[in-house]
Design a protein around this ligand. Structure first.
Ligand SMILES: Nc1ncnc2c1ncn2[C@@H]1O[C@H](COP(=O)(O)OP(=O)(O)O)[C@@H](O)[C@H]1O
Ligand SMILES: [Mg+2]
Length: 371
């Protein structure tokens, strides 16, 4: 089992609401990894614990979910060591080009759907799917999408209640979550269906380069965003050519009533996802083309079969147990300890033509405790 002495911490890769993520070298193996740091003390709460446990439970189950390595403590931080995704956020990829050609959008979105399928199959809903939390591994060509940031994730296992609290990122949040009071006794919502909603928003942003529920004239008007989400009222930008198949899929996902929304299985059976029946114009003149675009085998495999295949492999040697992780979390919660702290690295950089503004994560109020 490793510890902080095993890592040399480098530049900052990115930061969100809960912590900073640094590039690091795992000294015993020389491998580059990403290390997410969360301040010790009250930030190492039950949500941080869930993040660690859920990421551990999912590790190695899908090529489209960031692999977990281990957690360790520095005197100041809880650190989650994981697979490094060298291609950065999908957000930056879209911001660079404004939007993606439909075929490229489909390639990445299929991987996202496959990754979410594995999470749901393992009983975990992500609850904060967005372009900033989808990373690219560009060690492969073309790059592979990997789902990251399980900070809002929730286990659907019997031991945990239905999701009840209002978490997520406003631009991606499902209507039923906004309806949810967050109080005990509230019926809660189906975390899987809420993830599917976010998948719909994600697809929209990929092909349109803007958010579906924002008033272009007043993008910061959150009240208007919420009003539009509740009514599932969105429109593609005028003049944007989206194929009928893609528009149909988005329309069947962005349905306010979660019982009438496509399930993940139905998404996987939709003609645009399958890349069949696209002669009616699968394309936006930017690379969509009218040609069929068959599912690659790793996407065609049903999530249940894919997860079962991965579970059948021998477990990773030396993987921390749940108990070990819980014990480290408990220690982190007590506040700063001894040892050497994580140094801040250089800035994350960025640049490029940002068309969509980053969606700020926030608990949408209510709820209070108990994500
Ligand atoms: N495994 C990784 N590889 C490369 N970059 C990462 C990795 N994990 C996180 N990052 C970068 O750090 C940012 C913040 O990490 P994230 O887990 O989303 O934290 P938060 O919970 O604070 O949003 C990400 O949006 C991404 O830019
Ligand atoms: Mg994040």
């Amino acid at each position: 089992m490793g510890g902080q002495d095993d890592y040399e911490i480098g530049r900052e890769l990115g930061r969100g609401n809960f912590g900073r993520t640094h590039l690091a070298r795992h000294l015993p193996t020389g491998a580059l990894v990403a290390v997410k740091t969360i301040e010790r003390g009250e930030r190492c709460d039950r949500n941080a614990e869930r993040e660690c446990l859920n990421q551990r439970a999912l590790s190695g189950l899908s090529p489209f979910v960031v692999s977990f390595r281990e957690i360790f403590l520095t005197p100041t931080h809880l650190c989650i060591a994981m697979e490094f995704c060298s291609g950065g956020e999908v957000f930056a990829r879209v911001a660079r080009s404004g939007r993606l050609p439909e075929r490229e959008a489909r390639r990445l979105w299929r991987q996202l759907v496959a990754g979410v399928g594995a999470c749901h199959e393992q009983g975990v809903c992500h609850r904060d799917l967005k372009l900033e939390n989808a990373l690219l591994d560009d060690s492969a060509d073309p790059p592979t999408l990997k789902i990251a940031d399980f900070g809002y994730s929730k286990s659907l296992a019997a031991a945990e209640s239905d999701p009840r609290s209002r978490v997520g990122t406003p631009a991606y949040i499902a209507p039923e979550i906004l309806h949810c009071s967050g109080r005990p006794g509230d019926e809660g919502y189906d975390g899987r269906a809420a993830d599917v909603w976010s998948l719909g928003v994600f697809l929209f942003v990929l092909v349109a380069g803007c958010y579906p529920f924002e008033d272009p004239g007043r993008p910061r008007d959150v009240v208007e965003v919420v009003r539009r989400i509740l009514a599932a009222r969105y429109a593609f930008p005028p003049g944007l050519r989206v194929s009928p198949g893609c528009a149909d899929l988005v329309a069947r996902i962005l349905v306010a009533d979660p019982r009438r929304r496509l399930s993940l299985a139905a998404v996987r059976a939709h003609p645009w996802f399958l890349g069949v029946g696209t002669a009616a114009g699968d394309g936006d003149g930017a690379g969509g083309g009218g040609a069929a675009d068959p599912l690659p085998p790793e996407i065609a495999e049903e999530p249940r079969a894919a997860v079962a295949r991965h579970l059948a492999r021998p477990p990773v040697q030396g993987m921390q147990t749940e108990e070990e992780i819980r014990a480290l979390l408990a220690e982190a919660r007590r506040g700063p300890g001894r040892g050497v702290g994580v140094e801040g690295g250089g800035g994350g950089g960025g640049g490029g033509r940002v068309v969509v503004a980053r969606a700020s994560s926030a608990g949408a109020g209510g709820g209070g405790g108990g994500k």
